[in-house]
Design a protein around this ligand. Structure first.
Ligand code: BTN
Length: 257
């Protein structure tokens, strides 16, 4: 990787040694700092109250990567999920490049990054809607956590880190790693704006764990099982249950086997 890589001028990077949550810091900036614009990135070396999806905590000691990116995508709230897929595809590519393609990343719906079915990273999307209409997206925050050197102990699901998978990244490399992700994300984000979701969806499906197999999904109040057929144009998971009924799932925790 190029050690003299510079960051695309689309971005304004703000770095903290420690913070509660980089997603929350971006929210504070939106509400309290008038100059905050699309492309602002908050990066922290550790988080004291890192947040995961569905109200979970995110293990955030020093040595891993935690950052949040602010976008103003001018799209409907329904299409917001598409941007999470751009982020997971891009991060999968960057990790694979860094390992000289020794590591293969698979993607778990909606936005988890896996190595051999073990979670290495996750993405938390938080959207703020416009004051005019709750159907219009105002801001989108994409929070990304990657287990570089550490993974959570006593976890209910299988987890790993890049270090455990023999990919050593020094702290100094973290900047280059982050810049590589952000530069590449920008290219894909512009392509998505121009060409739509279909190429992102195809790329994501190629890496999708459990696709065309039976999976289970934990919803708010029940578990549904069935055949994972595809994702649709909004990024919702399409599941066919044993009675042949099609379900469109927009949120939930997937498990395999
Ligand atoms: C998940 O549950 O898989 C999503 C995890 C997202 C964690 C990242 S770390 C940076 C950003 N700040 C947070 O508080 N959470 C996200």
């Amino acid at each position: 990787m190029n050690k003299r890589l510079t960051l695309n001028s689309f971005y304004t990077l703000i770095k903290f040694d420690e913070i509660d949550s980089t997603n929350d810091e971006l929210k504070r900036l939106i509400y309290h700092s008038s100059g905050t614009c699309e492309g602002t990135v908050v990066w922290a070396l550790c988080q004291k109250a890192g947040k995961g999806r569905r109200g979970k905590q995110w293990f955030s000691p020093p040595g891993n990567l935690y950052f949040s990116l602010l976008l103003k995508p001018e799209t409907s709230i329904q299409n917001t999920g598409q941007i999470g897929f751009i982020a997971s595809n891009t991060m999968a590519d960057i990790i694979e490049q860094y390992s000289n393609h020794q590591i293969k990343i698979n993607l778990k719906w909606p936005n988890d990054l896996l190595i051999k079915k073990h979670k290495i990273g996750g993405i938390l999307l938080e959207s703020l809607t416009s004051l005019q209409s709750t159907l219009l997206l105002d801001w989108l925050i994409i929070g990304i956590g990657i287990n570089i050197n550490h993974y959570p102990p006593d976890n209910p699901y299988p987890v790993t880190s890049l270090f455990k998978e023999n990919l050593i990244l020094m702290t100094s490399d973290l900047t280059i790693f982050l810049y590589s992700f952000l530069n590449s994300f920008y290219v894909n984000y512009i392509k998505w704006k121009k060409n739509g979701f279909s190429f992102i969806k195809d790329e994501w499906l190629q890496k999708a764990e459990g696709l065309k197999k039976n999976i289970s999904i934990k919803l708010e109040d029940k578990i549904v099982s069935g055949y994972f057929e595809t994702i649709d144009e909004t990024g919702a998971l399409i599941l066919i249950d044993p009675n042949g009924i099609k379900h469109k799932i927009t949120t939930g925790d997937v498990s395999f086997g």
